[in-house]
Structures are given as C-alpha cells and as structure tokens.
Design a protein around this ligand. Structure first.
Ligand code: SAM
Length: 300
C-alpha cells in the first residue's frame, strides 16, 4: 500500500496512528524517512499558534539556547530567535528538512544564532540547552527523560506538545483547541506540558550550620533516583533521615530532624550552584545561614 507515493509499511502505519495525526489528509506532507536511524515521529509541523504558545509557556529569554529534537522545518527555533533573540539548535534525521530549516533561518535573518544539523535526536547533546521543545511520539518523549535529567542544567525548561513525560509530573499543562490542527492531525485538541529540570544533587556533601546549632560539619548523603530525592544526615556517628527534601530547578528545601534531644527541627532553604548548596535556615524562631559543599558525586 502507498500513501503520497511512499511505501506505507506497518512501521509507518504504527507511527502515524500513535500521533493523533493518523489521518490520511496529512500523509501527503510526510517525506521519505531516514529509517536507518530510529524513527521517533513522522514529520508533522506544529501549527503556528501552537509554536507561539509553546514559546510563551517556556518563557523564552534572549539568553536561552532552545534545542528542538526533531526540528522539522525549524519553526520553533527560528521563531524563538526572531521573537525573543534566543539562540537555537535543531536536529532532524531528514536531510531535506534540515536544509529547509537552515534556509528558513537565513530567510528570517537569524542564521547567526540558529543552526540545524542532520543528527539522531537520541544522540544529541543536551548539556547546553536551557529550553527543550518536543513534538514526538508518546513513547519517545518518555524515553528521553533519563537523558534530560542526566544532561540538562538545573532550572532548564522542557515543553512537550501533546504528550507528557510520564511519570514526571509537569510543572504546568495547558489545553486548548486550535482549528488549524484539525487539517493535519484530525483533531483540534492540543495539550502543552511544561517541566522544570531539577538540580542533580546525588552524592556526598559536607554540611555546615551555625556553630550554635552544630559545632562540627555533618555528612549529608543525597540519593536521586528517577523522580525521588532523599537524604541522610550523619553527625558524630549518628545517622538520621532528612525528613523532607524538595528540589525544584536549582531551589532546594530540606527539613532536618532535631539535632539534639528536645531540639527543634531545622528548615533549610537555598540554591544549588557549582557544587555548593547554600541559603537561609530557620529553627524554632532562630535564623542563620547554611552551606553544603559536594565531596563526591558517588553515593557511598
Ligand atoms: C512531529 S515532527 C515535529 C517537527 C517540529 N519539531 C515541529 O514541532 O514543527 C517530528 C520530527 O522528528 C524527526 N525525527 C524522527 N526521528 C528522529 C530521530 N531519530 N532523530 C532526529 N529527528 C527525528 C522527523 O523527521 C520529524 O521532522
């Protein structure tokens, strides 16, 4: 069977069915796919009103580097550069789309800030990306979560069109109808999911508190597995669980158990920056500062 002159293999039929784009009307815009690399989604451009909504949801700034995995004609990165002065980088397996995206960047006068390359999205380095945009198959976006956690900087934003990065709970999601979408996907319904990348804190830390609360440094061991963070505190041979550890972007909040019999719990709030955690603490009405420096990224 052929659609738009291209063989319609069982694999392509599954791809089309998985995006709610399964309908024949858009099949004519699906190009030949470079199947040597793993196909993460057929080409379906994000309608323009959704491009704007995705960039607004990510709150793009001029100092952002937006990476679009599976960039198609480059519209997300080019628009981010045009509207907000951001830099952009996109990859696609389809060389014709990559060439078109680079032409679109040049036509829009943003070629100095935006670049597109033919590359497998599963092999693309995300370490410098402060914003990541995705319009891919549901299973592909989920598969990218460990890579996002391992590589993207704390506080970076991820916006996914139509599919959530389950089980990662989104920071926000917005749902709306876009009439232009009906023609290409068969539905007007659109959902956008926003995620904020948490700081990577796993490892062993030296924790210093004001002398009045703790006369010598404690050892803080933080574990981060998938979406769960936990910590233990060891002071002078005594180990206790940290009662609460909350990580949101580079913000950290910890509730420590009382450090001495009859003592009060300690609430530590602060930020993670370059191997250091620091901020303000509060315990039974007294306030002070706290600081932790990373001794190792291995949990031992
Ligand atoms: C649904 S389209 C999204 C296009 C664009 N991001 C947009 O929102 O308009 C998905 C794109 O991913 C590309 N793609 C699929 N598998 C890929 C892979 N393994 N590496 C890079 N790009 C891939 C496809 O060629 C297609 O252009």
């Amino acid at each position: 069977m052929t659609i738009g002159g291209l063989p319609f293999s069982p694999a392509r039929r599954r791809l089309l069915a998985a995006l709610p784009l399964a309908a024949l009307p858009f099949a004519s815009i699906v190009p030949a796919l470079a199947l040597a690399q793993r196909n993460a989604a057929p080409y379906v451009p994000t309608p323009w009103p959704i491009v704007d909504a995705m960039l607004d949801l990510a709150r793009i700034r001029a100092d952002d580097l937006l990476v679009d995995l599976g960039c198609g004609d480059g519209r997300l990165a080019v628009t981010a550069a045009k509207r907000f002065g951001a830099r952009g980088y996109g990859v696609d397996i389809d060389p014709e789309l990559v060439a078109l995206a680079n032409r679109n960047a040049a036509d829009a006068g943003v070629a100095e800030r935006v670049r597109f390359e033919q590359r497998d999205l599963f092999q693309t380095d995300l370490r410098d990306a402060t914003v990541l945009t995705l319009y891919l198959l549901p299973q592909t976006v989920v598969e990218l979560v460990p890579r996002i956690f391992a590589q993207m900087p704390a506080g970076a934003r991820v916006v996914s069109h139509d599919y959530g990065l389950s089980p990662w709970p989104p920071e926000r999601h917005v749902a709306f109808d876009v009439p232009e979408k009906k023609r290409i996907t068969g539905t007007t319904y659109t959902v956008l999911y926003l995620y904020i990348v948490p700081a990577r804190l796993a490892g062993v830390w030296r924790l210093d508190l004001p002398e009045s609360l703790m006369s010598r440094p404690a050892r803080l061991v933080i574990t981060q597995e998938s979406l769960k963070s936990a910590a233990t505190l060891t002071i002078g041979g005594r180990t206790a669980e940290v009662e609460e550890l909350f990580v949101h972007g580079d913000e950290v909040r910890m509730l420590l158990p009382p450090l001495s019999p009859g003592g009060k719990r300690l609430l530590l709030e602060g930020h993670a920056r370059d191997g250091t955690l620091e901020g303000a603490l509060e315990s039974g009405g007294s306030r002070g500062m706290w600081r932790a420096s990373r001794l190792s990224t291995e949990v031992r």
